[in-house]
Design a protein around this ligand. Structure first.
Ligand SMILES: NC(=O)c1ccc[n+]([C@@H]2O[C@H](COP(=O)([O-])OP(=O)(O)OC[C@H]3O[C@@H](n4cnc5c(N)ncnc54)[C@H](OP(=O)(O)O)[C@@H]3O)[C@@H](O)[C@H]2O)c1
Length: 207
């Protein structure tokens, strides 16, 4: 095993359901290594991850969160359990792919859902994104009709937004930055029984 194989992947996806697998396919398509973890023993989904590609490494949650960039692809209700895995998320960038559809706004203290999630991952930098399309679309090659499928990103941290924007480009998408969580985040959030205006908008960027 060489050094790069020994090193924990720089990227991780927590949750390996419909959205976690759609994201994993984008990493595999572009030859980028990523760890994937759930609550289960990684052996139970190792064959599913290997079927996507050799870049997808089934591992434990404790191992996966050693990555610097962590995609949160669990149900909204499960995010506090993931957040408990570290006392501080300082130095980590969390990409919040959750949708809080059906969660009453009062359960989020009236906050935008991404701000509520950000509070749980204290010390971390949170970017809301990759959440506005269904998994069946997100898993497809984003090179479409000579353009690239758009993903929306919102963050209160410009450096983290730029970092995830670059990653989105490396994954083949066209990132569109929407600004802070309280402004842009609202356009791509599900909240109570409403969807933000950009949710389900399958846009392609040319050039
Ligand atoms: N499905 C879509 O089209 C879609 C589109 C956009 C956004 N989203 C959002 O993406 C998130 C995931 O949706 P999904 O449809 O992929 O859900 P899903 O198919 O139910 O998958 C959820 C995954 O999270 C894992 N998980 C649950 N609790 C966990 C924990 N505490 N730690 C680590 N892993 C945990 C589950 O594995 P185990 O329970 O086996 O551990 C499972 O692999 C949701 O917030 C959803 O709103 C979904």
């Amino acid at each position: 095993m060489n050094n790069s194989e020994n090193k924990a992947a720089n990227y991780a996806i927590i949750g390996f359901g419909k959205i976690g697998q759609a994201l994993a396919k984008a990493f595999a398509r572009n030859g980028i290594k990523v760890s994937v973890a759930t609550t289960r023993n990684p052996q139970s989904f190792a064959s599913a991850s290997a079927a996507i590609g050799p870049e997808i490494i089934a591992t434990t949650l404790a191992e996966a969160i050693k990555a610097n960039v962590i995609f949160l692809a669990v149900r909204f209700e499960s995010h506090p359990d993931v957040a408990k895995a570290l006392p501080t998320w300082q130095g980590k960038t969390i990409v919040d792919v959750t949708n809080a559809y059906g969660v009453p706004p009062e359960k989020m203290g009236g906050l935008p859902s991404a701000k509520f999630v950000a509070q749980a991952f204290s010390g971390g930098k949170l970017v809301k994104g990759f959440n506005h399309l269904g998994a069946a679309i997100l898993e497809q090659d984003p090179a479409v009709n000579g353009g690239r499928r758009v993903v929306f990103l919102a963050s209160d941290d410009d450096v983290a937004a730029a970092e995830i924007g670059k990653l989105a480009e490396n994954l083949g998408f066209a990132p569109v930055k929407l600004g802070g969580l309280a402004e842009g985040g609202l356009l791509v959030q599900a909240h109570g029984n409403t969807w933000g205006k950009l949710i389900f908008q399958d846009l392609i960027k040319f050039a």
